[in-house]
Write a protein that binds this ligand. Structure first.
Ligand code: UDP
Length: 462
């Protein structure tokens, strides 16, 4: 490990978005704690104003430092450019600055590896130019999503029209059969969209990594895990190192005893007053907002279900469901924009999660043993929803037509139903144990991470 007393150093580049930054930072903390590494976490300027970012970065241990790349001009991009295109373009335009930063890190530290996530694969060029030994692609998603990206170039060539028009589900090695409409990232559902070509380009470059680090674990996708674990010429090694999530302990105490814990959110105080496992938590992630008519069906559906609920609303509105807030005052709480999700999921009053199936929310739900109602919106959330409902059996998925009766029924079933709901709750309890098992000392995630580091430098002498 030692090289003139200098610890090994890892540079990590996170795509804008807390959902990418948080698991990468958890990986950084593990590399520091288990392998004595120091880490520089690089982020983009577009993220610098995110309110959650600052608090999050100050909670990192001293061995994980942070640097923001200089801003780049994106004003020429169409104002309605898809988020995937924005993220990838910001990365591409930041490459010269990144090359300089990596060269400087190479000069001043013992830089052994560069890790980035899938929207920044172009950054591998800068890492190669800077002479960084190992290039790892972090997948903040499932092995199903990775499989899809690995097969995308051949799928694009073999599927003549749009994926959503496929008459039969896609059958990829080890994956659950995936209907065309759910099969791909939303950006890939329209061949005329600029994001389409960009995603295909990213997929073509995936194999420039020498290692894939996937934030998943075997219990939720065992068949695809065993397929990808078989070494295959031309395919980077695949390691499942999950589920990496921010833990409630990290959030409440920070990593330093010197810092006072942040004030407790009002919604947690509200949860304190509710019976055990009685509340369904409703949230659509950091970016998900529903059209007004779906907001109305959801409001009426929650009311009809008779279940207590905690609903994070990105644009609070009482439109179309007049009197809803007043009528549900005793049983429901609506919170604008943001709640400390991990603490909500860890709270004993929470008993289920109606979720957009973002990957971090999915992992957080499983780690906390929460059965899910799946309401995917965009990105790869539909794929996650298929996997969770058809593959794992940890969620009940809502039908395409979301009406108050079906919403109410799914919510009741997941919370207290004796049929499918009971099976989902039992499965989630089983998966929760497997998640804890993966993360314990000697568990699969820790063994995989040790394998990654060993691969960086055989004999541990990296
Ligand atoms: N999150 C949170 N409070 C909120 C909404 C989201 O703490 O009110 C966190 C959530 O715990 C998760 C991340 O933000 O870690 C969202 O990531 P995910 O992949 O689920 O969805 P995305 O926001 O990327 O669609």
């Amino acid at each position: 490990m030692e090289d003139g007393g200098r610890p090994p150093h890892v540079a990590m580049l996170a795509t804008p978005g807390m959902g990418h930054l948080i698991p990468l930072a958890e990986l950084a903390k593990l590399l520091a704690a288990r392998h004595g590494a120091t880490v520089t976490l690089l982020t983009f300027a577009s993220m610098a104003s995110a309110t959650q970012l600052c608090a999050f970065l100050t909670s990192l241990p001293p061995s994980v430092s942070h640097e923001t790349l200089p801003p780049v001009d994106l004003s020429d991009l169409p104002h309605d450019a898809p988020i995937e295109a924005l993220m990838s373009e910001e990365c591409t335009r930041s490459l010269p600055a990144l090359a300089g930063t990596l060269a400087e890190l190479k000069r001043t530290t013992r830089l052994v590896a560069f890790v980035t996530d899938h929207f920044c694969v172009n950054a591998f060029d800068s890492a190669r130019d800077a002479g960084v030994g190992r290039r790892c692609l972090f997948i903040p998603g499932s092995l199903h999503a990775l499989t899809l990206m690995l097969h995308l170039p051949e799928l694009v060539a073999s599927v003549p029209g749009e994926f959503r028009d496929l008459p039969e589900p896609l059958r990829l090695p080890g994956c659950v059969p995936i209907p065309g409409l759910d099969a791909v990232f939303s950006a890939l559902q329209d061949r005329s969209s600029p994001a389409y070509g960009m995603m295909v380009h990213l997929a073509e470059r995936f194999r420039q990594a020498d290692t894939f680090l996937v934030n998943s674990f075997d219990a939720i996708e065992p068949e695809v895990a065993s397929v990808l674990r078989q070494p295959k010429p031309g395919r980077p090694l695949v390691y499942s190192i999950g589920p990496l999530i921010l833990t409630a302990e990290d959030r409440s105490t920070g990593d330093s005893d010197a810092k006072p814990p942040p004030p407790r959110a009002a919604c947690l105080e509200w949860l304190d007053r509710q019976p055990a496992r009685s509340v369904i938590f409703v949230s659509f992630g950091s970016g998900g907002a529903l059209p007004v008519e779906q907001m109305r069906e959801l409001a009426l559906g929650l009311e009809l279900s008779g279940q207590r609920f905690l609903w994070v609303v990105r644009s609070p509105t009482d439109e179309g469901s007049a009197g809803f807030i007043e009528r549900t005052k005793g049983v429901g709480l609506m919170v604008p924009s943001w709640v400390p999700q991990i603490e909500v999921l860890a709270h004993e009053a929470t008993g289920g999660f109606l979720t957009h199936c973002g990957w971090n929310s999915t992992l957080e739900s499983l780690v906390h043993g929460m059965p899910m109602v799946a309401w995917p919106l965009y990105a790869e959330q539909r794929l996650n929803a298929v996997m969770l409902s058809e593959g794992v059996g940890a969620a009940i998925r809502l039908p395409e037509m979301k009406e108050k009766e079906t919403i109410a029924e799914a919510v009741r079933e997941v919370m207290a139903g004796e049929g499918k709901g009971a099976a989902v709750r039992a499965k989630v309890a089983e998966v929760q144990k497997a998640a804890a098992e993966s993360l314990r000392e000697g568990g699969a995630a820790m063994a995989a991470l040790d394998g990654v580091v060993e691969n960086w430098a055989p004999g541990g002498n990296y």
